[in-house]
Design a binder for this molecule. Structure first.
Ligand code: ATP
Ligand code: MG
Length: 870
């Protein structure tokens, strides 16, 4: 059965059980401070489990893109080495939000595997939670009883807390689970060792395929458990593992999820899969990682130097490094796989098809730059090896190479072992640990438990319509970190404060406590579905009613910048073409930033046209038309661009200014005329095919023009107020060039006069015409002078010292015949004498120079020069 069909069977089966089938949510998470990537099928539904939002459908099923490369679930280092863990994989899941529970979850899972897919019962095992004393939880008898109806009792295994108690994180929803494992070994192997003893033992052919989680608790910060308001089911089945079972192969990589990619890697790199373990691992790594990276980019996460972008960059670099080392590919090639990937997965995940060109370009660019790093690193490592006495390379040096130049440590180790050398790993680890501690110390945030004062309400943001309102605190907690110190997070029953999101910063403001005192709100963010206000302190009486007030000025400026961002987007598509797509934005009160796909630098004329376009719309005084809670289709009919990966169940909000229609949750001006004026302040490239415009609006443009004007007047002043300042500067530049020429001429003349003086001063010592003197000349003239004297005086040994801006120089000229006859070497002489001026130098045997920082040593150096001939 083809993978395509397997996925469909799963969705059809759960549709027949009255589940709503929804598309995968994005793999990249933009507004979740607790998580960078979707790492399990339940992530998009978190807020339903937390009871912060009501699900539109109580039963849902889907195939969710997951990425396990950071945080609690991190499989990265295993990937490629084993045959059943991936970075990115699809998780098939069915959910009950307060609807069915253990009985249905268990019997449907069984029905699907055994009756629909016809998987042999005799290769299945299931596990149930054995209980945990410390949590006061006993054996999951209920699940056991349901399983007993379906499967032989001796195929049911007791599982411990590690394997059979699922937790979202250190805090949050959790519950016991039942796993389904398959044994796909041959009959022969099975006869030798029972499958039961291999469950949860990391055996590549006895693997977990499906995890059924029965969510009924919430883990609190103090470690204790409390019951959730209702019970839920969350199941996750590894799609690629299921395909392995159904296609009767021994590895996920032998399923049609991966074979097209593997054939392509084989063809491009001229390596065969299945002949050599190292090559195989490399091929698996590359065909796995290209999926993760391509989908991350398609979801809007470009590789970068920090955060989620850095995680993606590291995955790609791991793939490049394996190709470089084991497949011997020294030029970019991974980007070529995107075509195959998009053909293979585009039908189910249209984002990869739509973004194919961008994904290809970005990967290629990354490959190029990392391959350059590798090349440079190899040269540096060569240097380190040459300077190493003995066979052990210092861990500190290797760490430097790793930390400063991004050169992978395992590559260092490999190269050393090829040269029969070793690395001082413990020193390396010490350095690594030190660095980790440094960043850890900076990042640690300590969070107390929520203190809940009253139940949270659901639709609580009223800040589109008002900037001040009476609120009550529903919950609060203290958070402290090195960076921000101690702050209180407050949640209100409703709020006018906009929480950071959709590229727009969070609101600032204050709440009024008694006697006109205020507590400042320094930021507003969303966590799951809660709007969290970061307050400087906690009110003495948190249960009273407060007046909550948004900083109006800051909000207004932010509104101007947000609306301008929409107009800018429209302008770019109008002027550059519809290939322009938004790739990111940051809307602050001071300025705005807009990243978009486009392949060349904008010309001055294009920038002007874009500014004019936006300013024309500002002048046209276009009123805001806002549409809240409308279905996606209605928004698209109005002209809003369809976005991939909108989360299921969300209605949308559309913002319209004339012909500009965007899906947007941000805040805007009432009328474009509020913006007053729009000005681009920079345009640059941030990645291959991605440009960035930074711009300002309103008052900020006044300041911008004022500052520019002031600078201009100051320049004019300095130029003594000419009529045409540009011409005045050009005149100055010309004059400057002419004067430079004149000075050069004068210096040459001076040198000529000097030459005859100097020739007179030459003294003969031991058959050598010797001259040592401190001169006031620049390097170029001195060289000319030395060579000229050399043509007139034979057997010449000339050494001159110079002092320029506190720096010392030595110039040494020796006639060619002396070099041979007396084996004098100017290069060696300046190197030795250079020490006296605290510097170094070198050159040819007959002419060399040295520079140093100690002019006081010049006299001594000149004195010492005599010793070479006496
Ligand atoms: P394992 O112990 O095999 O790593 P897990 O306990 O981490 O699995 P869950 O978190 O329960 O797995 O995820 C649910 C299902 O997703 C698993 O049963 C498995 O089929 C699949 N799965 C988990 N991690 C991966 C991965 N890295 N690559 C592919 N499939 C995975
Ligand atoms: Mg795991």
């Amino acid at each position: 059965m083809k993978s395509q069909e397997i996925r469909q069977q799963f969705l059809d089966f759960f549709e027949s059980k009255k589940h709503a089938i929804v598309p995968s949510a994005p793999m990249v998470l933009k507004n979740d401070p607790t998580l960078m990537f979707t790492n399990a099928g339940m992530v998009p539904f978190k807020e339903y489990f937390l009871g912060q939002k009501k699900a539109t459908n109580a039963r849902v099923a889907d195939s969710q893109k997951c990425l396990r490369v950071s945080g609690k679930h991190n499989d990265l280092e295993e990937v490629g080495k084993d045959t059943y863990h991936h970075t990115m994989f699809e998780m098939l899941g069915n959910w009950s939000f307060g609807d069915y529970f253990k009985k249905e979850a268990i019997s449907w899972a069984w029905e699907f595997l055994v009756d629909v897919l016809k998987i042999d019962k005799d290769c299945l095992y299931v596990s149930v939670f054995e209980g945990a004393k410390e949590d006061g939880l006993g054996f999951d008898q209920e699940a056991f009883d349901f399983w007993k109806e379906l499967i032989d009792e001796d195929r049911i295994i007791n599982g411990n807390k590690k394997d059979n108690f699922w937790e979202m994180g250190a805090q949050g929803p959790c519950g016991p689970c039942s796993e389904i494992h398959v044994d796909i070994r041959s009959a022969e192997e099975k006869a030798k060792i029972s499958g039961k003893s291999l469950v949860n033992m990391d055996h590549p052919q006895v693997v977990e395929i499906w995890n059924l989680v029965f969510m009924e608790y919430n883990r609190k910060a103090d470690g204790s458990l409390e019951k959730l308001p209702s019970k839920h089911v969350d199941t996750g089945m590894g799609f690629e593992r299921l395909c392995m079972v159904m296609q009767n192969v021994q590895s996920n990589y032998d399923t049609d999820c991966f074979t097209p990619l593997i054939r392509e890697v084989e063809a491009i790199t001229e390596n065969d899969y299945g002949k050599n373990e190292e090559v195989d691992i490399a091929i698996r790594v590359i065909s796995d990682h290209v999926r993760a990276v391509a989908f991350a980019i398609a979801d809007g996460q470009l590789p970068s130097n920090n955060g989620a972008g850095y995680v993606i960059r590291r995955i790609l670099r791991r793939a490049i490094r394996y190709g470089f080392t084991f497949l011997n590919k020294k030029e970019p090639f991974i980007y070529k796989l995107v075509t195959t990937l998009s053909k293979q997965m585009g039908a189910n995940f249209p984002e990869i098809k739509a973004q194919k060109q961008l994904v290809t370009n970005v990967i290629k660019e990354e490959e190029n730059s990392f391959l350059r790093t590798l090349e440079q690193g190899l040269i540096l490592l060569d240097g380190i090896i040459k300077n190493t006495k003995g066979t052990e390379v210092s861990g500190k040096k290797a760490f430097e190479l790793f930390d400063t130049y991004g050169f992978p440590i395992d590559l260092t180790a490999l190269i050393l072992s090829e040269k029969n050398m070793t690395l001082n790993e413990s020193d390396f680890n010490v350095e690594l640990e030190k660095q980790k501690n440094r960043s850890r110390a900076a990042a640690v945030v300590e969070t107390d438990d929520w203190v809940v004062l009253q139940e949270d309400t659901e639709e609580e943001f009223i800040g589109y319509d008002t900037l001040a309102t009476k609120v009550k605190i529903t919950r609060y907690r203290k958070v402290s970190s090195k960076k921000d110190g101690e702050l209180y997070q407050l949640v209100f029953n409703m709020t006018p404060f906009y929480a950071e999101g959709g590229g727009q910063v969070g609101d600032k403001g204050y709440i009024e406590v008694d006697n006109g005192n205020v507590i400042y709100i320094v930021d507003t963010k969303k966590e799951n579905n809660l709007i969290i206000h970061f307050a400087k302190s906690l009110p003495k009486n948190p249960t009273q009613t407060f007046n909550a007030v948004v900083d109006e000025k800051q909000r207004f400026r932010t509104n101007c910048n947000h609306t301008a961002t929409h107009l800018l987007h429209q302008a770019l598509r109008e002027i550059l073409g519809t290939h322009v797509e938004q790739k990111g934005s940051a809307v602050h009160s001071k300025n705005l930033r807009f990243d978009f796909s486009h392949f060349s630098k904008l010309t001055v004329d294009e920038l002007r046209a874009v500014e004019d376009f936006v300013n024309a719309r500002i002048e046209s005084k276009i009123p805001l038309e806002e549409f809240r809670n409308i279905p996606m289709q209605t928004a698209q009919d109005k002209g809003a661009m369809a976005l991939f990966g909108e989360k299921y169940g969300d209605t949308v909000r559309a913002i319209q200014f004339g012909n500009s229609v965007e899906l947007c949750g941000g805040t805007h001006v009432e009328n474009t005329s509020d913006i007053w004026h729009f000005k681009i302040v920079s345009e640059s490239a941030i990645a291959s095919g991605i440009r960035r415009i930074e711009a300002i609006t309103g008052d900020a443009t006044k300041d911008f023009y004022f500052e520019n004007n002031r600078a201009f007047f100051e320049i004019k002043d300095l130029l003594k107020n000419p009529k045409n300042p540009q011409k005045a500067i050009a005149d100055l530049q010309n004059e400057n060039t002419a004067l430079k020429k004149q000075i050069e001429g004068l210096l040459k003349d001076k040198a000529k006069n000097l030459k005859s003086e100097l020739i007179n001063e030459v003294e003969e010592i031991n058959g050598v015409n010797f001259l040592a003197k401190k001169l006031d000349l620049d390097a170029g003239s001195l060289k000319d002078l030395a060579f000229e004297i050399g043509t007139q005086v034979e057997n010449l040994f000339l050494i001159a010292g110079t002092e320029n801006n506190g720096k010392a120089g030595l110039t040494c000229y020796i006639s060619k015949n002396l070099v041979e006859e007396k084996s004098l070497n100017a290069g060696q002489i300046v190197r030795e004498l250079g020490k006296l001026i605290q510097g170094g130098g070198g050159g040819q045997p007959n002419f060399a120079t040295a520079g140093g920082k100690n002019p006081a040593g010049i006299e001594e150096a000149l004195e010492k020069a005599k010793e070479y001939i006496s």
